[in-house]
Design a protein around this ligand. Structure first.
Ligand code: ADP
Ligand code: MG
Ligand code: MG
Length: 256
């Protein structure tokens, strides 16, 4: 079942109308892991930000349909409530707001939207504390202000922690692996794998082949000058071992 369908998407930088995306097409089905790679400056982050409705960009053509709905008609908050999650390459700091308060606010907003009762602080603590293990963080992490004074690795872990807590049908992870040492990379990848189900999907943006040793892609796309040039289709769909094997063996078959 198709989760996200992007067709011939074009976008410009809002302030000076420079065209960055020049006709991007991509379809993601439930349960798939898509990886977008490509040179610095090729438009990967712009693509991710346009998907979630970042105000720095204007869409000038094409379509984005998520779960059958036209995303281009939706505000960023609505997209997030609809189940689209994005971790940013440079996560923002929110001074004066603790991680746990921030997450409880965001989580309860989603529950309200779904018509479910909000969780009390104690219930919420019970819900999130087991998830700390996923990203190998200690409890005091919850009381620190969002991303304030976090190391690069802690910020990345925190992004994945937010994803694990909030849940998403499609998680877009932009350079979740950059600047991480091997241990942090393994923790982050482990957490990403742990949140995958047959129903949800992940779009991973990365510079580095090494992430693919830990996260098994269904498809690898190469972005070049604002377009997706080619797609590497792996032998096995889904989160299987052999999909990864075909990468490390360099066994690539190109489609379209
Ligand atoms: P990537 O993530 O593949 O490295 P980006 O999407 O970040 O690429 O950027 C693509 C190009 O668009 C780069 O040349 C970048 O400098 C430019 N660009 C993207 N966003 C902005 C912006 N808000 N203002 C100015 N230039 C931008
Ligand atoms: Mg870049
Ligand atoms: Mg980028």
């Amino acid at each position: 079942k198709i989760l996200l369908e992007v067709k011939d998407l074009s976008a410009v930088i809002a302030k000076d109308k420079t065209q960055i995306l020049k006709g991007v097409s991509l379809s993601i089905c439930e349960g798939e892991v898509h990886v977008v790679m490509g040179k610095n400056g090729s438009g990967k982050s712009t693509f991710a930000k346009v998907l979630v409705g970042h105000p720095d960009y204007e869409v000038t053509g094409g379509s984005i349909v998520f779960k059958g709905e036209n995303v281009l008609d939706m505000e960023p908050e609505e997209r997030s409530l609809a189940g689209l999650f994005m971790s940013f390459q440079s996560p923002i700091e929110i001074p004066g707001v603790s991680n746990i308060d921030f997450l409880q606010m965001a989580y309860n907003a989603r529950r309200r939207k779904l018509g479910q009762p909000e969780l009390s602080p104690i219930e919420f603590y019970g819900y999130i504390s087991p998830k700390l293990e996923l990203v190998n963080m200690k409890v005091d992490f919850l009381n620190r202000n969002v991303n304030e004074g976090f190391s690069g690795g802690e910020k990345k872990r925190n992004e994945i922690f937010q994803l694990a807590v909030l849940g998403a049908d499609l998680a877009i992870l932009d350079e979740i692996d950059s600047g991480l040492d091997v241990d942090a990379l393994r923790d982050v990848a482990k957490a990403v794998n742990a949140i995958l189900t047959p129903k949800n999907s992940v779009l991973v943006i990365t510079h580095y082949q090494r992430l693919l040793e830990y996260i098994k892609p269904t498809y690898v796309h190469i972005m070049e000058e604002g377009r997706i040039k080619d797609i590497t289709q792996h032998k096995t769909a889904g989160h299987s071992k052999s999909a990864n094997d075909s990468i490390s063996n360099g066994g690539k078959t190109y489609r379209a």
